[in-house]
Design a protein around this ligand. Structure first.
Ligand code: HQG
Length: 179
C-alpha cells in the first residue's frame, strides 16, 4: 500500500474537504476511524485499508500530520474547513521561525503573518523545519524570526501543532524580524 498517497488523501479529507467523504469533524477535528474507513472503502484503491494501515502511515511518516486516539483520527494542523478547529493555547518556545518566498516578505512586514487559506498561521520550532516549509514555494526561502516570547507576553495566543509546528491566529509585523 502506498502510505504516502494515503497520507495525502487523509490530509485532504481531514484538513480540507471532510464533506466529500460524508464526514463531519468535531470541534477538535476528530472523526471516528470506523466512519473514515467506510468512506475510504468506497474508492477502489483504498478498498482494503485497515486501522492498522492508518497507524503504520502515521508511524512511518517523517512529519507528524495526523494522530489517532481512542478509535478516532484527526489532522494536527493545516485545516482550511470553514468552522475553525478549537486548539488549546500553549506557551511557545521563545523564538519561532517562518519560511516564505522573498516575494511575500514585503507584504508580511506590512500586514503581519496571516493565515491566508488556512485557519491558522503556521510557524516552525526550528530553522530547518522553516526552510523545508519555505522550499515548497521557493528554492531559497527567506526565514523570518518571530519573537514568540514577547508576542505571548503581549497576549498573542499560540497553539501546539506537533513537535515542530506551532500555530497562531495572526502575528503582527512588530514581532517579525527579517534575516
Ligand atoms: C504567506 C505544510 C503575503 C505565508 C507546511 C505562506 C506547513 C503571506 C503562505 C503547513 C502573508 C500561506 C503550512 C502576508 C502569510 N502577505 N503572504 N501578509 N501572511 N503569507 O501553505 O506556512 O507538509 O497556508 O508565508 O509544511 O507555507 O502539508 O502556509 O507562504 O507545515 O503537512 O502565505 O503546511 O504542511 O501558505 O505551510 P500555507 P505555510 P504539510
Amino acid at each position: 500500500m502506498d502510505l504516502m498517497k494515503l497520507s495525502k488523501e487523509l490530509s485532504y479529507a481531514l484538513r480540507h474537504a471532510p464533506w466529500e467523504y460524508e464526514l463531519e469533524l468535531d470541534e477538535e477535528g476528530w472523526v471516528e476511524i470506523s466512519q473514515l474507513l467506510v468512506a475510504l472503502h468506497e474508492s477502489p484503491q483504498w478498498k482494503h485499508v485497515t486501522e492498522a494501515d492508518l497507524e503504520k502511515m502515521i508511524a512511518v511518516s517523517e512529519k507528524k500530520r495526523h494522530e489517532i486516539q481512542a478509535g478516532r483520527i484527526r489532522a494536527l494542523y493545516g485545516h482550511s474547513t470553514p468552522h475553525k478547529i478549537a486548539k488549546l493555547s500553549a506557551t511557545p518556545p521563545e523564538t519561532l521561525y517562518h519560511g516564505t518566498p522573498l516575494r511575500a516578505v514585503e507584504s508580511i512586514m506590512q500586514h503581519g503573518l496571516q493565515p491566508r487559506q488556512r485557519q491558522y498561521v503556521h510557524l516552525s520550532a526550528d530553522m530547518e523545519t522553516a526552510t523545508q516549509v519555505g522550499r515548497r514555494r521557493d528554492d531559497q526561502p527567506i526565514i523570518l524570526t518571530i519573537d514568540a516570547a514577547k508576542a505571548a507576553q503581549d497576549g498573542i495566543r499560540f497553539y501546539h501543532g506537533n513537535e515542530n509546528i506551532w500555530l497562531a491566529d495572526h502575528i503582527p509585523a512588530r514581532y517579525i524580524q527579517q534575516p
